[in-house]
Design a protein around this ligand. Structure first.
Ligand SMILES: [Zn+2]
Ligand SMILES: [Zn+2]
Length: 374
């Protein structure tokens, strides 16, 4: 135990050194003897362990007081040896990388955040494509200080708390060992520099919140749940960071007539029994207006008529537009007068139909529905 060097001697500070002086001395030595800087140098590694141990004790008021009273003799098992040595400390260091050897400038810029907005459009707008003006609020670079945050003519000073690194290392001793954690510097918020004379327009922030109008070009064929991305239209970056993007989530409103699946559209065409039985020319609604549709005699309910190219366009413009599928659906009259009822009964007896027997069962709508589900 007595072969150990005095902790104050190890760090090269006076016994009455302040916490700040201890920290500065430690940092200087740690940078000098860090294993990353001295690969394979056993002496440097020993020295590094030694200064870490000294710093750990002297930076902790309780342990420092203890050390000042008892020296390396540590009644109560509070010494660093009892805390499990430094193997854990080293592992932590190498896993996290070292704050000492990295280039502080790489971490000084912060990228701007992406912005997300919701954009509701109608099915007609989705089919044709549309331009929408939206209001956004975003962080933009301050034009007075050009994002530096410093009053024009002045510049930011290197942070004294982290010495411009932007990170601070904390060593914590537990009964499981010593752990080193690297956290962003609180003083400079990880930027490595502090603004001594803030820009009057942005108050040192470097950015200002601005309301903007943006015109979004929604392409034809866009579908619910798709996103439009406008590169670089999000928040501005800080201190040279890149701007974020603007994302618009597309929501296509439910249409009263049309259902959509990809490029295909579906609609229901209510028809009477007579129109199906005798055939008819009917008007059907499409996204671009009315079209006439020939329903041949003897058409079943649930029959599908395909209107080629009357569906949705392909959003990439590579495939032909989809079709509009018009599905017939028989409407049974709910109010019949006596004369109409009599006519239907006459019709039934002409067909040899017994009112109480069902029509011969076959694979009708139900079968088709299940076929589609297969
Ligand atoms: Zn400014
Ligand atoms: Zn700092």
């Amino acid at each position: 135990m007595s072969s150990k060097r005095d902790y104050y001697e190890v760090l090269g500070v006076q016994r009455n050194a302040t916490a700040d002086e201890v920290r500065r001395a430690y940092r200087k030595l740690a940078r000098q003897f860090h294993p990353d800087v001295n690969p394979g140098d056993h002496d440097a590694e020993e020295k590094f362990k030694e200064i870490n141990e000294a710093q750990e004790v002297l930076s902790d008021p309780d342990r420092k007081a203890h050390y000042d009273r008892f020296g390396h003799q540590a009644p109560g098992g509070m010494g660093p040896d009892a805390a499990g040595g430094f193997g854990d400390l080293f592992n932590m260091f190498f896993n996290q990388g070292s704050g000492f050897t990295s280039d502080p400038r790489q971490e000084s810029g912060r990228d701007g955040k992406d912005l997300r907005i919701d954009l509701e459009i109608t099915l007609e707008e989705a089919a044709r494509g549309v331009e929408k003006t939206v209001q956004i609020s975003r962080q933009e670079q301050c034009d007075l200080c050009r994002g530096s945050g410093s009053r024009p003519g002045t510049s930011a000073q290197k942070c004294t708390a982290c010495n411009g690194v932007g990170q601070v290392r904390h060593v914590q001793s537990t009964i499981l060992g010593s752990f080193a954690t690297v956290t962003p510097c609180v003083r400079c918020r990880g930027e490595g520099s502090t603004i001594t004379s803030p820009c009057e327009k942005c108050h040192g922030n470097g950015r200002i919140r601005q309301a903007r109008e943006k015109v979004l070009k929604v392409p034809p064929g866009v579908d619910d749940g798709m996103h439009l991305q406008m590169t670089g239209e999000g928040d501005a970056g800080m201190r040279g960071g890149r701007p974020g993007d603007l994302y618009a989530s597309i929501h296509v409103r439910e249409h009263p007539i049309f259902k959509r699946r990809g490029a295909e559209l579906y609609s229901e065409l209510p028809v009477s029994f007579l129109q199906l039985a005798l055939g008819a020319t009917l008007n059907v609604q499409t996204l671009s207006g009315q079209e006439s549709l020939e329903v041949p005699p003897g058409t079943q309910t649930g029959a599908t008529f395909r209107l080629r190219g009357k569906g949705m366009p392909d959003v990439n413009g590579r495939r032909a537009p989809g079709d509009l599928n018009v599905i017939t659906s028989i409407k049974i009259p709910t109010k019949l007068n006596e004369e109409q009822k009599q006519a239907l009964r006459t019709y039934a007896s002409l067909c040899g139909e017994d009112e109480r027997a069902g029509v011969e069962q076959e694979k009708g709508i139900l079968g088709k529905v299940f076929d589609r589900l297969k």
